[in-house]
Structures are given as structure tokens and as C-alpha cells.
Design a binder for this molecule. Structure first.
Ligand code: FE2
Ligand code: FE2
Length: 257
């Protein structure tokens, strides 16, 4: 069954590398990167739809059609706080898709939901010691969790009716989501921004600051200096700025430092 492009979710309500890519794959990635850069020359990419900067808890991920996928990866959510990180990231992904209605929302949502499931299939003792210290973006275990995440996608998605073509598009985004320096498509960019935006919410600061062994003040400083410049879309910049201001005020990081 092919998976049709589905509409963007309505707003919810609150109540070393394991293996090397083939030369052909690299060429395809480079070509896609160039195409994306040419199609979206203005950075940050301006939003075409509404941008919601309210706290993410006011618009949880709304679509129940992904419940079967969640249930297929419950085991994978129990590693490295994925059961917090992935639902919040998916809520941001849905919000970003409303701001960029030209994106394939289904692709963004499925890639975001699955992108870090590979952490459940690597050596857990190395996740924090290697994956969140030093030059962590180039750590071997980072590459490993990306490859393992693709394996999870290829294992669980066929049984849920997704086409092989769609699954490979999901894997193209998951593979390199942390280690590849540039995005290859708008959908790739939205997944990357959703993956970063959750860190600006208080739950993200609470969890991720501990991974990096930083106090909240040091961590929020890092968000502003290091993570904000990595955001690709204007909507993500607006959401990050609003969340960071709220979190800094709430956690009193100007004083408690
Ligand atoms: Fe990741
Ligand atoms: Fe992530």
C-alpha cells in the first residue's frame, strides 16, 4: 500500500561509522542538498502558514493515526528519555508542518517519531559518555544510532502499510540527522528543527541539561549560542525565542548561576 500525503494535523488541545555510504548514495545526497539550497535560498526559511509560539503543551501531537506506530516502538522509547523527547518533538513537527504547508507532513511526522529510536539498539553504557560529551556530533555512537534508527523504520513501517518508497524517504532523513551538517529537503529541515525545538521547552531543558552535565543556566546559554544558529526555518526561530524567554524567566537562570 502506498501512503498518501496526508493533511497537516489540526492543532491538538491540552486538557566511526558502522558502514560507509556508496558513492551513488553520496552523489544523491549532494544533489538533494544543492536542490534544497536552490529552492530555499532565504535563510531562515520564511513561513508560509501560521506560526504558533505558545507553549508546546497547548498543542500536543494530535493525530491518532500514528498510535499504531507508537505502539510498535514502545521498547525503543524507553532508552535515553525517548518517551519524553520523541512525543514533544512530534508536537513541534506537527506545528512546523502547519507553518510550512508545502511540506509532506506525513514524512516529517514519521521521520520525527522514529529518528532517535536507534538509541535503543546501541551500547547503552556509551550513550552519555560518548554521545553527549566532547565532539559529540562526530562520535561513533551517533552514527550507530542513526543506522539503527533506519533499521527500526524498515522493521516496523512495512507492517503498518507504508510503501517501500516512503520508508526509504524516512531513512534518508533519519540517516545523518545528527551527523550530516546540512539538510537535503524541506521535510529534512523540519525534522531537524523539531529535534532541536524540544530542548527549549522546560521538559527539554530539564532532561537534556543532565545529559550534558550542565546546570540550567549554562544549558540555556548554550541553547542561545549554539542551537539557535542551527535552526533552519523562521518558524523554528520564533518558537525557540519565545520558549527560551519563558524558560529563562521560569527557571530564574539570570539569578541562579
Ligand atoms: Fe539523534
Ligand atoms: Fe533527537
Amino acid at each position: 500500500m502506498t501512503t498518501p500525503k496526508t493533511p497537516v494535523a489540526d492543532t491538538g488541545t491540552a486538557n566511526p561509522v558502522t558502514d560507509s555510504p556508496a558513492a551513488g548514495d553520496l552523489a544523491a545526497v549532494d544533489s538533494a542538498t544543492a536542490d534544497f539550497a536552490a529552492a530555499y535560498p532565504v535563510r531562515p526559511v520564511p513561513a508560509q502558514g501560521p506560526v504558533d509560539t505558545a507553549p508546546i503543551a497547548t498543542t500536543p501531537a494530535a493525530l491518532h493515526e500514528l498510535d499504531g506506530l507508537w505502539q510498535a516502538v514502545v521498547h525503543e522509547t524507553r532508552t535515553r528519555g525517548n518517551d519524553i523527547h520523541l512525543p514533544i518533538s512530534l508536537a513541534f513537527a506537527e506545528r512546523l508542518c502547519r507553518a510550512y504547508p508545502e511540506a509532506d507532513a506525513e514524512l516529517v511526522r514519521v521521520a520525527t517519531l522514529l529518528h532517535d529510536t536507534g538509541w535503543a539498539h546501541v551500547d547503552e553504557s556509551r550513550i552519555i559518555s560518548e554521545g553527549f560529551a566532547g565532539d559529540w556530533r562526530k562520535a561513533a555512537i551517533r552514527y550507530e544510532h542513526e543506522k539503527q534508527g533506519c533499521d527500526v523504520a524498515r522493521r516496523v513501517l512495512p507492517g503498518l502499510g507504508y510503501s517501500m518508497e516512503f520508508i526509504e524517504r524516512v531513512c534518508m532523513i533519519i540517516d545523518g540527522h545528527d551527523t550530516r551538517p546540512v539538510a537535503k529537503s524541506l521535510e529534512d529541515a523540519l525534522m531537524r528543527d523539531a529535534d532541536r525545538l524540544w530542548r527549549f521547552d522546560q521538559a527539554g531543558i530539564a532532561l537534556a541539561s543532565s545529559w550534558f552535565n550542565m546546570d540550567p543556566a549554562t544549558y540555556t546559554d548554550r541553547l542561545a549560542e549554539e542551537i539557535v544558529p542551527e535552526l533552519i526555518t523562521q518558524a523554528a526561530h520564533d518558537m525557540a525565542s519565545a520558549d527560551l524567554n519563558r524558560s529563562i524567566a521560569l527557571l530564574k537562570t539570570a539569578v541562579i548561576r
